[in-house]
Design a protein around this ligand. Structure first.
Ligand SMILES: [Zn+2]
Ligand SMILES: [Zn+2]
Length: 462
């Protein structure tokens, strides 16, 4: 028995659903916490670790948006309590720039100032600008010494500094040959500030001859800072946190002109923003579709279409129609219009007919291999069943011409049987039509909401 709703299921239903919208941490809480555990010292101040949580969440979001997301395996025991706390304290917060999640670069210690993006990436990124970092300037712990053999340098850079060993080689203020005899013996040599006779020098060093040259074999590199220097400096962040800076102030210091955004609020009012949906009301004009004494398929398809349009637009979608009045439009023209509109999703609205009065229910057909069409189709039929008790006749794969030729993701819906007296009676009821439209909208929303990370964020690749 089909239920007749006295009241519209209403947008409350949608709001109820949308308020759930904590997609990011619902999915990735542990992964974010794991990465935070791995990528920043857990000895650090909680505000600095919270910065890292926001960074990791942002990077995951960005990779998902890019289609480059790879989930790594990890043990739940590797998640530190403090990291998990930082994730929960920053629930669903991400760093945005121009409504896209940023490339949240970070490093261990900048050594005194961070760098502009050009330095590392050869491209200017507005939010990755160098800033000074006084805390790092004073940090002796990030200073290091590395001795490198010159022969190692030669092989690393595939160059040859070893030729002409007898050439004069001066290292300012260390060793400098001050003159040679005609026989090419060293006359005098400056050893730091000391002038030493060549023969004395060679005797003292047990050299075989005072006919000598020299070159350094090792070079000692002094470094300050750890990492590439782009974006957030973890050491600086920790020091700032100790000085009562909160995560917001810290992130805004290291990333220029960014915005912190909570994904819960992420286009909550307009969850279908940026979505182009094309609704194709079946038939029209002289082409009535199926008819009976109560209704015509062309009318029902138009009514559903107009309600769908209104509801989808309220949620921010950009909706195009093949027709908004009772007019004949050829299949080829419809396909042309769909192609021009290039929608994210196409819905074609129809009714069905059987020679048996008892046959009832809705079915949906997607074009071969169209996974989105299949998923949304399944949502539609299961919601119509669940909320309106319309029999679910199943989602089928089929070679529907309009789906095939328009080349976009879509679903062809047959929302009921005009040959079934009970369904026909319901289909003339405005509220019933409204509820069908609401369930279709809900089903589309359900699909995109589950895929909110890919649907609502557009990211410029860098
Ligand atoms: Zn620093
Ligand atoms: Zn039809």
């Amino acid at each position: 028995m089909v239920l007749r709703q006295e009241e519209s299921i209403g947008l409350d239903y949608l709001n109820l659903y949308m308020n759930r919208g904590d997609t990011m941490d619902r999915e990735f809480r542990n992964l974010i916490a794991y990465r935070v555990s791995k990528n920043i010292s857990q000895q650090f101040h909680i505000q600095a670790i919270m910065c890292q949580a926001i960074i990791e969440r942002t990077n995951i979001l960005r990779h998902i948006s890019d289609g480059n997301f790879k989930k790594e395996e990890f043990n739940i025991e590797d998640i530190c309590d403090k990291a998990l706390k930082a994730v929960d304290n920053t629930h669903n917060l991400v760093i945005m720039f121009n409504n896209s999640p940023i490339c949240a670069y970070y490093h261990i210690c900048c050594g005194g100032s961070t760098e502009n993006s050009e330095y590392l990436l050869n491209t200017k990124i507005d939010y990755l600008r160098g800033v000074t970092c006084d805390e790092c300037m004073k940090n002796k712990e990030s200073e290091n010494i590395v001795d490198i053999d010159l022969e190692e340098l030669e092989s690393i850079f595939e160059c040859n500094m070893s030729e002409n060993l007898m050439n004069d080689f001066s290292i300012n203020n260390m060793l400098k040959i001050l003159g040679k005899t005609n026989g090419n013996r060293v006359e005098n040599i400056l050893v730091f500030n000391e002038k030493v006779k060549g023969n004395i020098f060679s005797q003292n060093l047990n050299l075989d001859s005072s006919r000598f040259g020299f070159r350094p074999m090792k070079i000692r590199f002094y470094t300050k800072g750890i990492g590439h220097g782009l974006g957030l400096c973890q050491y600086g962040a920790n020091e700032k946190a100790k000085n009562n800076w909160d995560y917001e102030k810290i992130l805004n210091y290291y990333y220029t002109n960014i915005e912190l955004q909570k994904l819960d609020d992420f286009d909550l009012d307009l969850p279908l923003k940026n979505k182009k949906i094309f609704i194709d009301a079946g038939h029209g004009g002289e082409d009535t579709g199926y008819i009976n004494s109560l209704l015509m398929e062309k009318e029902v398809s138009l009514e559903v279409t107009l309600k769908l349009k209104e509801k989808l637009e309220k949620l921010g979608a950009c909706v195009s129609l093949s027709r908004s009045i009772d007019e004949y439009i050829s299949l080829d023209k419809r396909i042309k219009m769909i192609k021009e509109s290039n929608p994210d999703f196409l819905i074609s609205i129809h009714l069905n007919k059987s020679k048996f009065e008892g046959v009832s229910g809705a079915e949906a057909i997607y074009y071969w291999g169209d996974i989105i069409g299949e998923l949304i189709g399944k949502n539609i039929l299961s919601n119509l069943k669940k909320n309106m008790n319309i029999k679910n006749r199943g989602v089928k794969e089929g070679r529907i011409y309009i789906l095939k030729e328009s080349g976009c993701n879509g679903i062809y819906c047959e929302l009921g049987y005009i040959s079934n007296p009970l369904e026909s009676e319901l289909l003339v009821d405005d509220k019933f039509i409204n509820n069908i439209a609401e369930n279709i909208v809900y089903s589309i929303l359900e699909y995109y909401e589950n895929n909110i990370l890919t649907s609502n964020t557009k990211i410029d690749k860098i």
